[in-house]
Write a protein that binds this ligand. Structure first.
Ligand code: PLP
Length: 219
C-alpha cells in the first residue's frame, strides 16, 4: 500500500513542492517500501528514533527532524541530519550551531513560526521573528544555514481558518526574504500535513510533511 499511497500523493503535488515522508513510529520495513518506490526524504519527530533508523537504512536517505528539538539530543543527529524544521527559539539555533561546529558541518534548518490558535504549539511569534532576523545570523551562527520557515496550522475542521493561517505564514516568509534576509538559500516554506497539504500548497508551500496518508494511521 505504501507505494500506491506515495504515487497518489506525488500525483497531487504541484510542481516544485517537495515531499517529506513522515515515518515517525513506523518500522524500518515501511521506510524500505517507500525507499524502493523512489522516496528519499524522510521525516522523524524523535531524534533517537531517527538516529536508529539512520543506522539501519541506505545512506542516500535525507533525514529531516520535524519534531520538537531538545538541545541535549542534538549531538545524536548532528553528523547526518539534512534539515531541522523545528527551530523554535534562538537558544536552539545556538545549540544547533554549537553541535554542527563539533562535527565540522553547516546544518540547514528552518525557523518554526507559531501560526496556530492553540498555545501548545512551539515557535516564534511575529515580533520575535523580526527581532531574530535583525541580527547578523550568519556571523552569529556560522555553522547553520537558515533556509526558510516552518509552521503548523490549527487542528480544526474550519478550512478558512487553516487557509488564513497559511496565508499569514506565506506573507511573513515573503517579507523576511525581501526585507530582512535576502539570501539565495532562504527559500523553503514547510507547511502542510496529510489533512491540510492541499490548502498549504495553494497558499505557497514548497515543502509538505505527510505521514498518515502514506504509511497509514499511527497508534
Ligand atoms: C506527525 C507530523 C506530520 C505528519 O502528520 P500526518 O497528519 O500524519 O501527515 C507533519 N508535521 C509534523 C510537525 C508532525 O509532527
Amino acid at each position: 500500500m505504501v507505494a500506491e499511497n506515495l504515487d497518489a500523493i506525488k500525483a497531487s503535488l504541484s510542481p516544485g513542492v517537495e515531499l517529506v515522508a513522515i515515518s515517525k513510529t513506523k518500522p524500518v520495513s515501511a521506510i524500505e517500501e517507500a525507499y524502493e518506490a523512489g522516496q528519499r526524504i524522510f521525516g522523524e519527530n524523535r531524534i533517537q528514533e531517527m538516529a536508529e533508523k539512520y543506522e539501519q537504512l541506505p545512506k542516500d536517505i535525507q533525514w529531516h527532524m520535524i519534531g520538537h528539538v531538545q538541545d541535549n539530543k542534538i549531538k545524536y543527529m548532528a553528523p547526518f541530519v539534512s534539515l531541522v524544521h523545528g527551530m523554535d527559539k534562538e537558544k536552539r539555533l545556538k545549540a544547533l550551531n554549537k553541535e554542527a561546529a563539533k562535527v565540522d558541518r553547516r546544518i540547514d534548518c528552518l525557523v518554526q513560526i507559531h501560526i496556530a490558535e492553540e498555545d501548545s504549539k512551539f515557535g516564534f511569534d511575529e515580533s520575535e521573528v523580526f527581532a531574530l532576523f535583525q541580527k547578523d545570523l550568519e556571523q552569529l551562527y556560522p555553522h547553520i544555514r537558515i533556509c526558510g520557515l516552518m509552521g503548523m496550522a490549527t487542528f480544526t475542521e474550519d478550512q478558512d481558518q487553516v487557509r488564513r493561517e497559511f496565508q499569514g505564514l506565506k506573507r511573513l516568509f515573503d517579507r523576511i526574504k525581501s526585507e530582512h534576509f535576502p539570501k539565495d538559500y532562504f527559500k523553503v516554506l514547510s507547511m502542510g500535513m496529510s489533512g491540510d497539504y492541499q490548502i498549504a500548497q495553494e497558499e505557497g508551500s514548497n515543502m509538505v510533511r505527510i505521514g498518515s496518508s502514506i504509511f497509514g494511521a499511527r497508534n
